[in-house]
Design a protein around this ligand. Sequence first.
Ligand SMILES: [Zn+2]
Length: 286
Amino acid sequence: MQNPGIHSIRVGDITVTALNDGQFEASTAIVNGVSEAAAAAAESGAFRVLPPRITVSAFLLDVGGRKILIDTGCGTAFGPAMGKSRDRLATLGVTPADIATILVTHAHIDHVSGLIDAAGAPCFPNAEIVVNGLETAFWLDDATAAAAPEAAKGAFATAQGALRPYAARTRTVSDGQEAAQGITCRHLPGHTPGHSGWLIASGADTLLVWGDVVHLPGIQFALPQAGLAFDTDSDAARATRARAFDMAATDRLLVAGMHLDFPTFGHVVKAGAGYGFVPVVWRPES
Ligand SMILES: [Zn+2]
């Protein structure tokens, strides 16, 4: 019996709940910036299985009764083993109609596919979408999509299929702009052009939900130069990861991420030439 894939913490007056969407098998072949052997050695050195697995989560925020999602997981895109966020919400008694706002970190398949059902219809009848304008400008631009290499065309189709049904209720923001009370957009470019974290501040507490700064925790904390084949701009993603790790470690900033080990909340610490991740300790109250 595993835990139910639901874990809440408090950030001031805001309850932040990690919703595990599932976990899929990846490959060290998708890692760039380090050799595949070095990636495999880091992963197994961190007592993890090979091939490596990627965990996916989304987040539910309760801000004074207002329900906000950050990303929506895989939906039906990866089959029944993934897309569990919807079930987690149901377990919590939250219906899609209850969601007022959905903050999108970026428009990749494992983050936006939960916006739509298998037929492509929107799942959230009342939700406003908030996303960095650089992200929609990239993925929803027909000329950019047409000019994309063949291998990237599927990603454009996915992003457009998920975001276009919400076009009339999408609000774009830029770096530093507030998306909702106490929640600010932090542009973390590289993985995608508009990839952004959401900085949640309430009372004395702060949490940065940093999206996809890390996909493979066993590899990328120890070897921050290790990037992913899915990065639109691997060098920019590497620079963003270096800045994010340094900031989180220096400022003792609590972070969470869509591909950190569930329940994803923790702190970044310097460790040797790289970094480590210290998960928050479990406690019975949120
Ligand atoms: Zn992702």
